[in-house]
Design a protein around this ligand. Sequence first.
Ligand code: GLA
Length: 710
Amino acid sequence: MNQHENPQHAWVLHTRRSTYALGVNAAGFLVHRYWGARLPDAGVPAAPESEGWASFNGPAQLLPEEYPAWGSGLSYVEPCLKATFADGVRALELRYVSVDVNGDTDLVIHLRDSHYPLVVSLFYRAHPDYDLVERFVAITNNGDAPVTLERAFSAQWHPPVGVQYRLSHLTGRWLDEWHIRRDALPHGTTRLESRRIMTGHQHNPWFALDDGEADEERGAVWFGALAWSGSWALTAEVTDFEATMTRVSLGVNDWDFAWQLAPGETFTTPTAVAGWTDGGFGAVSRAMHDYVRDTLLPHGGGKHKVLYNSWEATLFDVDEPGQTALAEVAAEIGVELFVMDDGWFKGRNHDRAGLGDWTPDAKKFPHGLTPLVERVNALGMEFGIWVEPEMINEDSDLYRAHPDWVIHSQNRQRTTARNQMMLNMALPEVQDYTIGWLDALLRNHKITFVKWDANRNVSEPGGWGGREPRELWVRYTQGVYRVFETMRARHPHVIFQSCSGGGGRADLGILRYADQIWASDNTEPAARISIQEGFSQVFPASVMEAWVTDAGTLPLDFRFAVSMCGALGIGANLLHWDAEARRQAREWVALYKEIRALVQLGDQYRLLPAQGQGYSAVQYMAKDASQGVLFVFRTHMAEPATFPMLHLRGLDADAQYMLDGIEGARSGAAWMRAGVQVPLKSEIVWAEGAMEYKIGDFTAAVRRIRRIGA
Ligand code: GLA
């Protein structure tokens, strides 16, 4: 931080390759100055000034304000803050008051309303190693009357003016998540959001902006994400000023949102993070991966165990003998963690009953869970379990005792989805109940892994029990976080997995508690290639659990290769696998254990993205460039097929490397620049004078990369 700049109220945050600068201009606005390639301090532009434009737009309309507040002056751009004071005044006028500077990376800028004692503190933290800047905001009411917040975003970001940006984002639906979309941003406001009280399968709070020319390897990209697991909004606004000006805001969704800030109270927004790179979309992902692994995940990226999950094998038909039989085969093929999914608790014979009553079903487990846990441990595996803490069936003791604990609206039907309703996690008593049974479950059993599911979104969002009903959206998520936080503190060794019918709760907020995410309920491997690729835009492979199941008809080799691109799991009915399938599985699991550190902790390069193509490749490389692994997939290619050159990445140009399946060592430079073909060929067989194709579709290659010599 440049202390000497402070008299001018101007600040510069540097990361290794980028610079982010802001300052107070002569008119008193806190404005953005620069965000892009690293600049010497002297080269950073001064805080922009503006007198507005014509009688229709005041200065605030044209200035890139860091945190625009609504209501004063001729400004119509998307604000970050909107509030109503007790006397009915709805216009905010924020002025710079002071700054706290902590070292080179941390900055807190305090703004205050010109009349009312409302203080808005903007927190900035630069992460030099990832070229990222984190931001969040604390809004404090120092007055003696309440203030109602109606929008309180986390940040507004300003990529350079004069560029027509393309927005990359992720879309989907249940069973079909993580489509990467790249759309030219139109003038006007583009809004991505969730109104579901959860992150949602439909859109993810992540964005990347480029000029339309960036690719996996090259090009400037401005990108960011929001660390929040509830309803959220992203607005990308393009105006005509300065030959197109683009602003991207991220925060808690203001749809049906209000927050009553009583005297002395503070509202703190979730954190938004954003970064810049000139290394294209691949570099965006690697920056996000490192940031997630190093700074968010409770167990830091980990080398996750190969797990078995019972869901697709047994559905609700779970009992001690059945699970034991599966566990025995799982152990035989090298599984390290056995996870019992849905169906184990009281009355849970189908999805119409049981949610809420978190004690083992007495018919299925007459002696409780301990005998199974001990058996699994004796087989050399750890034990994990599935729970769905936020949900309740009408047919449950909990609902019979506490029908009022359900989120509902007076005089309205309670809509069930998958026969379940949602508990009002905003209520402290519901949080305490959840903490109580979950804590007991973890205390009384040797459980090292918890899959936390949430299989529906909100309906009839009535109040939450407190003064302002529209606080529900935020208080619900805060309640979920409180339960997670308590569990993390009491059971720090436990690994949590975030699941919401697959990838419905995947965000940087939940990753502070959960080390893993179940990316999709779709385990069909051909579909999974694109799902995993989309997921990798934001999240590292260690976070992505990936099961080999019986879904579809594709060969076991192909299924394993696909799932080995994440944290490998098996979700098939192992009792249906014959001796040969189990033998093959054992070999794949053994190979995975050798390469998992590369996949889970290395740098990922999408060498040839699938995105609708029939041939794709992804590489994971150790941080020290000593070894890596290359996965190549052929889904469908018309014959005669030609196989593109794959240019390896992340190698030391001067060192010598071997690639499995290719004779002789070559320099890193040769592998990277000249590239290599990995054909996955069809075979042509001449049978009795007729030609027969053994088509090479749905084959895969897993090739290790090894540096030789010093
Ligand atoms: C959700 C999850 C599945 C499984 C089922 C159990 O759909 O995504 O993996 O756990 O619930 O009911």
